[in-house]
Design a protein around this ligand. Structure first.
Ligand code: ADE
Ligand code: ZN
Length: 365
């Protein structure tokens, strides 16, 4: 099916790199957690006290000490979602926000450990999300895929059980296997997870992994060499190892980076010192994403704008970042071609120059 494209054409009066120009720039978001799309007002005062997290009085977003306190908060907030209608709305609202940010496709990571009410019936869980995404696509032209995520710190038995479920249930909406959670608490787990990623790949699923967020560059090496993922989530600490940076650039391994998340969780000290610019300048394909938009109070447009200001990114660089977001997404090939074509049109290029690995169809959306 060809999804109608809802991108607005470029307007000559929009200043390149302005918020409006960035909003219209066709792009994908490939690093977005379902857990980070639970509205913060779901969480009452009592729950937030129990989770040990305070709220910013100005913008109402939670304040996290670090990744560990953040992950503990997700256990509290997601446990409050017990009704299928809530899940459908969370999925639908992801599409609404995507459309408002010029995002035509989203890859959404979900991790069953945070959703105790749904853990016994993941098929039902995914069914509710599927309905919300289908309505979002029908109303806003945004396509969505789900990435089932394992947890770095979970028992081997639990992760095997989840992959067994994925390979037997094979819900249409789930397109990838992923792993997230706290790498520094788990230690080096590449060897343990490698066979599971191999099984998922063999069964036709895409793969991605959080690495180089709470782990160092060795975590990124393990994600690439042992898990053999198509895309590394974060991956920013690869910047500490020049040989690895060279390898990522030579092999064109995309990093889906979430600058505000990295600042808010204390992974980097500030946006201006964020390694994204060094990685990009060294030839590593990077995309810009929100991670957990409602918890960090950011949008995709905010993230592109912040990077554009911090690193003086011009329209060519912003176009390249948007192109990487589309190319590294797990959207269907036909959808990717449509998004590449919309981007090329927006940038005033005569044809989409994105890699064309699939059989060459025409470029129309
Ligand atoms: N789950 C949600 N956001 C995450 C992050 N930034 N790192 C690891 N696990 C996560
Ligand atoms: Zn993440």
């Amino acid at each position: 099916m060809v999804v109608p494209t809802t991108f607005e054409p470029p307007r000559p009066w929009d200043e390149p790199c302005s918020p409006d120009w960035i909003r219209r720039l066709p792009k994908a978001e490939v690093h977005l957690h379902l857990e980070g799309c639970v509205p913060t007002d779901t969480i009452g005062a009592e729950d937030s006290r129990r989770s040990g997290v305070g709220f910013d009085p100005q913008d109402g977003t939670p304040i996290f000490r670090d990744l560990a306190s953040f992950l503990a908060f997700l256990d509290h907030s997601c446990a409050l979602i017990t009704d299928g209608g809530q899940l459908e709305k969370i999925a639908y609202d992801i599409a609404v926000r995507a459309a408002a940010n010029g995002v035509g496709h989203v890859d959404v990571i979900f991790n069953p450990v945070h959703w105790p009410a749904w853990r016994p019936d993941l098929e039902k869980f995914v069914g509710h999300l599927d309905r919300g995404f289908a309505s979002g696509e029908a109303d806003h032209g945004v396509t969505a895929g789900l990435c089932l995520s394992l947890t770095r710190t979970q028992s081997p038995g639990e992760s095997v059980e989840l992959v067994d479920w994925l390979l037997s249930a094979r819900p249409d909406r789930v397109v990838a296997l992923s792993v997230d959670g706290n790498e520094s608490a788990a230690g080096r787990t590449g060897q343990r997870f490698a066979p599971l990623f191999e099984r998922a790949r063999g069964a036709g699923f895409h793969t991605c992994a959080h690495a180089g967020e709470s782990s160092g560059s060795e975590g990124v090496r393990d994600a690439v060499d042992l898990l053999r993922v198509e895309r590394v989530d974060h991956g920013i600490r690869a910047a500490e190892d020049p040989a690895l940076v060279e390898q990522l650039a030579a092999r064109a391994v995309p990093l889906d980076i979430c600058p505000t998340s990295n600042v808010r969780l204390g992974v980097v000290t500030s946006l201006t010192t964020h390694p994204i610019e060094r990685l990009r300048a060294a030839g590593v394909p990077v995309s810009v994403n929100t991670d957990d938009p409602l918890l960090f109070g950011v949008s995709v447009v905010d993230e592109y704008l912040s990077c554009s200001e911090a690193f003086s990114w011009d329209p060519v660089v912003l176009g390249e970042v948007a192109r990487t977001s589309i190319e590294s997404s797990f959207a269907e090939p036909e959808r990717k071609r449509g998004l590449h074509a919309a981007l090329a049109l927006f940038l005033g290029e005569s044809r989409a120059p994105g890699p064309r690995s699939e059989s060459s169809g025409d470029d129309s959306c």
